[in-house]
Design a protein around this ligand. Sequence first.
Ligand SMILES: CC(=O)N[C@H](C=O)[C@@H](O)[C@H](O)[C@H](O)COP(=O)(O)O
Length: 238
Amino acid sequence: METALINRLKAGCIVSCQALKHEPLFGSDIMAGMACAAEEGGAVAIRANTPKDIEVIKKRCSLPVIGLYKQVYGNSDIYITPTMTEVEQIVSAGADFVAVDTTARPRPDGLTLEEFFRSLRERFPSVAIVADVSTFEEGLRMMDLEADLVSTTLSGYTSYSPQQQAPDIELVRKLADLKRVPVLAEGRIWTVSECLRCFEAGAHAVVIGTAITRPQEITKRFVEAIRQRKEVDMNAQR
Ligand SMILES: CC(=O)N[C@H](C=O)[C@@H](O)[C@H](O)[C@H](O)COP(=O)(O)O
């Protein structure tokens, strides 16, 4: 069943529909509307945060859902589905895949990554696991641990990964070249050409969030371009 589900994602566009409490589109109904729009547009799956959003999305949209649950524990840097408690809640909400932070950083529950991953497998043997990583070494480690998919989600979001504005296509290429586990290209994909380059690099599928589902950020890009144009015009007139 996992294999069929993973094959269903192949060469597809996964849309991440997430809005945090402080964002204007926060709310499960709005996120479900986004998910339906993505389905209508031809997306192959949805990536969604919180049990509530996942539950409502699963009711209204027929696509598989990669679920995660962002939670902060004290001063831990790990916030994407950090412990088994969050995994249990998103699986109960109907997630088809579970995305978890599998970076090398210390985990808030004190478990090693191997211990956490092993208990995740034992507890939910039929749930496909997406390992969110930030570097090649982390991706390799998760392939050794036999994650179902590896996603470049966290490249640029750990202190030791390349800090860049563009998607980390090199990371996609290096991981995909191993031909061991399907690789999802995720993070800062803004244009169609970046998306196609991810596939050329060997991505199994791409995950696009902000460029589709965060209108405040989309607006900012237009506004900034207009501001820069005005500046150029004003300088030319001086
Ligand atoms: C780093 C982190 O917390 N990423 C989160 C992971 O679920 C989401 O906030 C991103 O929107 C998602 O990864 C898609 O990426 P982008 O929005 O750049 O297309």
